[in-house]
Design a protein around this ligand. Structure first.
Ligand code: NDP
Length: 228
C-alpha cells in the first residue's frame, strides 16, 4: 500500500519527522522532506536514496513553500504537517509565555499548517491524505495548567483540521490529525515513553489505513480514535 506512494513531511531533519522519512523509505515510498537549516540537517543529508528529495522550507515563510511547490515533480499522496515548536512546559506566568514567544508558537504550529496546505494544495493527488501532527495536550477537556499556549495551539490545529476537512471533502481529500505519542525527541524529552522510531513505524501503518470516511477525525499514533 505504500510502495511508490509519495509522502511530503515538514520538519524532516530531526525528531519524529526524520524517523517518518526513514520509515517511509523502508516501505518503498517516494519521500519529500523539508528542513530549515542545512547546519541542523546533517543526518538528512546522509540519506542516499533515489526515492528521497529534501527541500529547504520554513512553514511560516510562504515564498519558501511556493518555491518547493514549483519544484515538485510528482503529486503528493500523503502530506504530513509535522513541523512544530514548544515554548516550554510552564504556565502563562512563566517567562516562556512572553507575547513574542506565544505568537511564535501559534504562528508555527497553527498558521504553519494552514500555509503549508494552502500552498501545496495544487500538488495534492486526487485522493490525497493530509495529516496534521497534533497532540493530546490540545484536547479541550483537561485539567492541566501548564504548556498553556502549546495546548491552545494544538487545540487550534484540531479545529483547523475540521475546517480543512470540510473544505476538501468534495475533492476526495482526507484530512485528519494525529497524536504521535509521547516521544523521545528534543521536544518530548528523555523520559518520554516511545522512541521516535517506534512512533514513526506506528504512524506510517496508521496513515496507510486512512480513507475518506476518516476525514475530520483525530487519531492516536496506533490508529485508535481520540475524542477531542
Ligand atoms: P522536534 O523539536 O524534535 O522537531 C521539530 C521539527 O520541526 C524540527 O525538524 C524543526 O526544524 C521543525 N520546525 C520547527 N519550526 C519550523 C518552521 N517554522 N518551519 C519548518 N520546520 C520547523 O519535535 P518532535 O519531532 O518531537 O515533534 C514533531 C511534531 O510532533 C510537532 O508538531 C510536535 O508538536 C508534535 N508532538 C510531539 C510530541 C513528543 O512527545 N515529541 C508529542 C505530541 C506532539 P529545526 O531543526 O530547523 O528547528
Amino acid at each position: 500500500m505504500f510502495y511508490n506512494k509519495s509522502i511530503f513531511i515538514t520538519g524532516a531533519n530531526r525528531g519524529i519527522g526524520f524517523e517518518l522519512v526513514k520509515e517511509s523509505l523502508n516501505k518503498s515510498a517516494i519521500v519529500f522532506g523539508t528542513f530549515r537549516n542545512k547546519s541542523k540537517s546533517k543526518e538528512l543529508y546522509q540519506i542516499k536514496s533515489h526515492n528521497f528529495n529534501s527541500f529547504q522550507m520554513n512553514v511560516i515563510d510562504e515564498p519558501s513553500i511556493k518555491e518547493v511547490s514549483n519544484k515538485l515533480t510528482k503529486p503528493i499522496d500523503f502530506l504530513v504537517c509535522n513541523a512544530g515548536i514548544n515554548n516550554g512546559f510552564g504556565n502563562f506566568f512563566d517567562k516562556d509565555h512572553s507575547h513574542e514567544k506565544m505568537l511564535e508558537v501559534l504562528n508555527v504550529n497553527v498558521l504553519g499548517c494552514i500555509l503549508t496546505i494552502r500552498n501545496l494544495i495544487k500538488n495534492l493527488n486526487g485522493n490525497a491524505k493530509v495529516i496534521l501532527i497534533s497532540s493530546t495536550l490540545g484536547i479541550q477537556q483537561h485539567t492541566g495548567a501548564t504548556a498553556t499556549i502549546y495546548r491552545a495551539s494544538k487545540a487550534a490545529v484540531n479545529n483547523v483540521m475540521v475546517s480543512v476537512s470540510e473544505e476538501l471533502k468534495s475533492r476526495n481529500i482526507t484530512v485528519v490529525s494525529f497524536h504521535p505519542g509521547w516521544v523521545r525527541t528534543d521536544m518530548g524529552g528523555v523520559n518520554a515513553t516511545l522512541s521516535a522510531e517506534e512512533s514513526a513505524k506506528e504512524l506510517i501503518k496508521s496513515f496507510k489505513n486512512l480513507s475518506l470516511k476518516d476525514t475530520g477525525k483525530f487519531f492516536n499514533y496506533d490508529g485508535t480514535l481520540i475524542n477531542f
